[in-house]
Design a protein around this ligand. Sequence first.
Ligand code: ADP
Length: 485
Amino acid sequence: MTHPATDSRFFREQCYIGGEWRGGAKTIPVTNPATGETIGAVPDFGRTEAREAIDAAAAAFPDWRARTAEERGKVCRAFYEALMDNQQTLGELLTLEQGKPLAEAKGEVAYGAGFFKWFAEEALRVYGDVIPSPWTDKRIIVTKEPVGVVCSITPWNFPNAMIARKAAAALAAGCPIIAKPASQTPYSALAMGVIADEIGLPKGVFSVITGEAAPIGEEFCENPQVKKITFTGSTKVGEELASKAVKTMKRVSMELGGNAPLIIFDDADLDKAVDGAVACKFRNAGQTCVCANRILVQSGIYDAFAEKFAKKVAGLSVGDGLKDGVDQGPLIEEKAVEKVERHIADALSKGAGLQTGGERHKLGGTFFQPTVLTGVTPDMVIAKDETFGPVAPLFKFETEEEAATMANDTEFGLASYLYTNDLGRAWRMMEALEYGMVAINEGILSTPVAPFGGVKESGFGREGSKYGLEDYLNIKYALFGGLGK
Ligand code: ADP
């Protein structure tokens, strides 16, 4: 059955390379995870087409960087307007390929659009410096320049926003960008190609290429014309890309896995903590790198929290994201469901208790019941691996020090959350948490105006905010000498 969104002008089964729409003989089918039906197919391109996209980007760079910041800002603003004007259709397309509830998909489109709006304005604020000179006859200035051609590789969990975060900053800074979306969710990316085309971005400044990840990734990393790789995805692939990119000393930004703790202290507002934990854990069916992977609850509030939380989770409605009132869609693919099952089975075999869920949903396919586990301990697989699914494991702790130690006991360091009404404790914990991001008394923290990114093996680089632009800029120091008479 086709959906009206696939009849819209945003539904493309060709790639947008160097300003041309190009189809290929070999294709990759794309499945709707809610129905298992094939939505369509996109080109299975490889190194050759990646090289062509890079050549086109390199050719477009001199003109793009030479434009005024205001001109580039206007283009980013037009991108924002186009995304928002078509939020409904783009949201439907996103739900079709990714599965998340339509309200979340439309929220993602708005969130992604927000980066274009933000960077449209930030483009105007790429300031340099004048440094007081140690010499009477010489002057020192610092300018910022776009790094050059950028290649981005993004995952399937936020098919629009992950690209928007990178593309908006790159374009604002004066860099052409080539986007390689995940093969599960290429349509949202290709729709952004349609927008780039419609708003009149010069040829080669924004390209979208679909196909086999490994050869395209190799071309991106090895081609000397590429000056920056920006990646969101697994730590394993990130390490591979970074090690290849270092051979030509490319700039690299890595937004990798997380193992987010959500810590609830005895003095927290119970209802707010329950709501925040549900939003944080079950958004996108738990398939986000900032989802709470471990919920750490202090012993005095543990039972009360577990009961209220499990009750609320049991009430979440599971179904096709295009249907009204659905809170949780399907998981992206069978492999994801198997991982969730492995994590639950391991926890139960080691003594965890099942409060709600625990099994595949009766809808079949890749639908899974929202699940709450209690009595979870650090020796269980779920404590170490990112589940990336709708499973909330509740750990118990006694003291603030223990909470900080447990929270930091991971190689990851992306997002963390804590609920407490004690200001001193909130501040101490904020400082103690080895994470790039800390939310206090909130379960959702992403916004285009704040720096998103991690420490430790969650990667490096920041997206969004005034800091996000720096990743696309080189610093140039100029010394003006011989100024004396
Ligand atoms: P996920 O578990 O989210 O699928 P991946 O890191 O496997 O995480 O995928 C994120 C992105 O990286 C996707 O666009 C995928 O196609 C791409 N990718 C996967 N393997 C490679 C690779 N060897 N080289 C380049 N890109 C890759």
